[in-house]
Design a protein around this ligand. Structure first.
Ligand code: GTP
Ligand code: SPV
Ligand code: MN
Length: 594
């Protein structure tokens, strides 16, 4: 195919030419979004062993892929924001000078696609052609990346039509190179709308539409253009009378977004007619609507979800979503029927199986405690498969938000739920989020760290300026969403979860919605409003009132220590910390001293 005949945008052609001159691929192939091309790429990936075709009867059009053993999660310490002025990256991001970064990575990319094909992926984040959507072009030498991007985003020549002759786009260049972890870099150039990723083949490092574009680059664009890109699920809460309220929730990686977005209410709620609808499970782009509310849309087209722990009881909707057209990464290959398995799917690990590293997963390995699936193993599944996908999923306007919910994994400290007292107080609540680290990123697991708005690894600019942007957005809306914080992960003294979580989280969502409607009271504490024990419906939950009381406790001494920690955390932002947030911290301290 002659590229110039199909691609009318000079900037796209130049980007392809310059990248090809650098990486020196044998061939360049445009991804057109057709089934014929997709089928051919799937067949090619299977012929080289890059993917394994699974049982067509049990898992139609599904595939298994294993990444390199050293390449199984996002690499936060190798992820850089490359803006001209170091101070603009802020104290939390890793920074590199753009010229040095282009030079350093240019040497790595040089000739990296020799003997390989460079695929050109035109993709849209959001509905193709909608005014709230944005377009990217990813160049990659990985068929796995192409096939994942075709699920996670909207890909094809119609995107080039929407881009037009001189439309702007985010330039993404990815090469697996040699998968050398010492030369692995995920580089963002927000001032150039550019992303470079080398030496990785894992999800968040290489599916450049996702965290790299839709959060890091988009958060920077949002700051300048007056909107927000957030690490949030979006769900619809439908009441028995059919009225649906929309909630966005920011939890750090592997802290329950996909699970909450696809929640199935407890039976008593279902009988009354309550339903939950999924609009998104990971990313929300949020704008000010003409009606003075905030409107959120999901720029993605699929789910890149955590496999372990997903089962018929915890998240049946996610499980059903993965039964067709799905790519599984780093799970167990069940050789008995050519399907997949992971820890927490059921209690019957397959006897004849291969683990995520490609080794036989036999009785000896199991007895030695070897895990079959990697804890960060994932499924890439089309959103349209989801039984509870919202009608609003394909609505370019998105949905109006009634509530924003923050939450993390905290063994103590944070109560099951509390409501902030105002927008600014809610921004404070988001800014002080802390959570235990998970397997979604390389490094230690289970260490509590501050993760403001669940954006610590994903904010493309200075975190202090990001807080200021949140404060500003609040001023632009007459009817801002109410802001809450939840914690499904509080432990008792024996280390057991106090709250059953998953579908039972509906009981907390109900309180949140009623607070938004002003139809339920609350109890004031030094940190905000918590529910009165009688206002959380516990019928059929197995949770006692006593346990609920414990879950809702705000311990002053613990929170005084927390306030000291927040003060320490805030210091690094210097004069870029909005005065509103210093005032909120002072108020918290005063409340605790009372
Ligand atoms: P990313 O895709 O990394 O952004 O993760 P996520 O926020 O979508 O997290 P996900 O819903 O995949 O959940 C991650 C892990 O948290 C899974 O192993 C779940 O079993 C567990 N989890 C989710 N919700 C709950 C809950 O309500 N209670 C408890 N105890 N665990 C939960
Ligand atoms: C996360 O880590 O928050 C994810 C998975 O959603 S990844 O795409 O790898 O970032
Ligand atoms: Mn995520």
């Amino acid at each position: 195919m002659n590229m110039a005949e199909v691609i009318k945008n000079e900037k796209v052609l130049r980007f392809i030419d310059e990248s090809a001159a650098l990486c020196n691929p044998d061939r360049i192939v445009l991804i057109d979004g057709s089934k014929a091309q997709r089928d051919a790429l799937r067949a090619e990936a299977c012929s080289t062993g890059e993917m394994i075709k699974l049982n067509e009867d049990l898992l139609p059009e599904c595939y298994l892929h294993r990444t390199a053993v050293n390449d199984v999660a996002r690499v936060e310490d190798r992820t850089f924001i490359c803006c001209r002025n170091k101070a603009d990256a802020g104290p939390i991001n890793y920074w590199m000078d753009p010229q040095e970064a282009y030079k350093m990575a240019g040497d790595i990319f040089k000739g990296s696609m020799q003997g390989r094909t460079m695929y050109v992926i035109p993709y849209s984040m959001g509905i193709v052609g909608s005014e709230f959507s944005k377009i990217g072009i990813e160049l990659t030498d990985s068929i796995y990346v192409v096939l994942n991007m075709e699920i996670m985003t909207r890909v094809g020549t119609d995107v080039l039509d929407a881009l037009g002759k001189d439309g702007d786009f985010v330039k993404g260049l990815h090469s697996k190179c040699a998968l050398d972890e010492t030369k692995r870099y995920i580089l963002h150039f927000p001032e150039d709308n550019t992303i470079w990723s080398c030496n990785s083949g894992y999800g968040g490092n290489v599916l450049l539409g996702k965290k790299c574009f839709a959060l890091r680059i988009a958060s920077y664009l949002g700051k300048n253009e007056g909107w927000m890109a957030e690490h949030m699920l979006i769900l619809g809460f439908e009441k028995p009378d059919g009225d649906t309220k929309y909630i966005a929730a920011a939890f750090p990686s592997a802290c329950g977004k996909t699970n909450l977005a696809m929640l199935i209410p407890p039976e008593s709620y279902r009988k009354k007619g309550y339903k939950i609808w999924t609009v998104g499970d990971d990313i929300a782009w949020i704008r000010v609507g003409a009606d003075g509310r905030l409107w959120a849309m999901n720029p993605e087209n699929g789910f890149f979800g955590v496999a372990p722990g997903t089962n018929e009881k915890s998240n049946p909707n996610a499980l059903h979503t993965t039964q067709k057209g799905t790519i599984f990464t780093n799970v167990v290959h069940n050789l008995e029927n050519n399907t997949v398995w992971w820890e927490g799917l059921d209690k019957n690990p397959p006897k004849n199986a291969v683990d995520w590293k490609g080794n036989p997963w036999d009785d000896a390995a199991k007895a030695a405690g070897v895990k079959g699936a990697h804890p960060n193993s994932r499924f890439t599944a089309p959103a349209k498969n989801c039984p509870c996908i919202s009608k609003a999923f394909d609505d370019p306007k998105g949905v109006p938000l009634s509530a924003i919910v923050f939450g993390g994994r905290r063994a103590k400290t944070a109560p099951l739920v509390y409501q902030s007292k105002s927008w600014d107080n809610g921004v404070f609540v988001g800014s002080i989020m802390a959570s235990e680290t998970t397997a979604a990123a390389t490094g230690a697991v289970g260490v509590v760290r501050r993760d403001p708005m669940a954006m610590r690894p994903f904010c493309g600019y200075h975190m202090g300026d990001y807080f200021a942007h949140w404060i500003e957005m609040g001023k632009k809306v007459k009817n801002p969403p109410k802001i809450f914080n939840v914690n499904w992960f509080r432990l008792d003294d024996e280390g057991n979860f106090l709250w059953p979580g998953f579908g039972e989280n509906m009981r907390v969502l109900e309180w949140i919605v009623k607070r938004c409607e002003g139809t339920v009271g609350a109890v004031e504490t030094p940190i905000g409003y918590v529910p009165d024990v009688k206002d959380i419906d516990l019928a059929g939950s197995g949770v006692s009132e006593e346990t609920l009381k414990e879950l809702l406790t705000v311990d002053k001494e613990t929170w005084k220590k927390e306030a000291d920690g927040i003060e320490e955390f805030y210091k690094q932002f210097g004069d870029r910390l909005p005065a509103e947030l210093s005032a909120e911290l002072a108020q918290l301290k005063a409340n605790l001293a009372k």
